[in-house]
Design a protein. Structure first.
Length: 155
């Protein structure tokens, strides 16, 4: 109800200012005061609109949904990047020992405090002789904290 009164008051002031401008159209002081009054009223209206508490519950929920979807996407991309980098590192390590695997699979997990953690590595070779050398190299390099599976294509 108070909003209607305020709008009516603004309209009344604008009508009076416009009428005064038409009555005394030659007087520069009246035109200046009219212009100043209109400017102050418009600025006041804009300021009150900006300070008004706009609540859009649908938009807030959409923002939360978009935020969680974006967070999941970023986590998946980061996890994929870590897995790719780990695969490149293991492939380089094995190549230094002249071991060339047919397949390397990296397993990671996103943990709350630790970030992305390497949990397992699966390496497949063509020859059994390469399996034993690679297992020894990877166990010594990666340690025993993760699941290591080294085998041939037949296993």
């Amino acid at each position: 109800m108070s909003v209607l009164r305020e709008v009516a008051a603004v309209c009344g002031v604008l009508i009076v200012a416009e009428a005064a401008g038409h009555i005394c159209s030659k007087n520069e002081m009246v035109l200046f005061v009219r212009s100043l009054t209109v400017l102050v009223l418009l600025l006041s209206a804009v300021a009150s609109l900006c300070s008004f508490d706009w609540s859009f519950p649908e938009a807030a929920n959409a923002g939360e949904d978009a935020g969680s979807a974006l967070s999941e996407y970023v986590e998946a991309q980061a996890q994929s990047a870590v897995e790719d980098r780990a695969e490149q590192s293991i492939r380089g390590l094995l190549a230094a020992a002249e071991l060339y695997p047919e397949e390397i699979r990296i397993f990671t997990d996103i943990r709350a405090g630790d970030g992305i953690v390497l949990t397992g590595v699966r390496v497949r070779f063509r020859y059994l002789l390469d399996v034993e050398r690679a297992r020894a190299l990877l166990e010594n390099t990666l340690g025993g904290d993760l699941e290591l599976e080294v085998g041939t294509d037949e296993n």
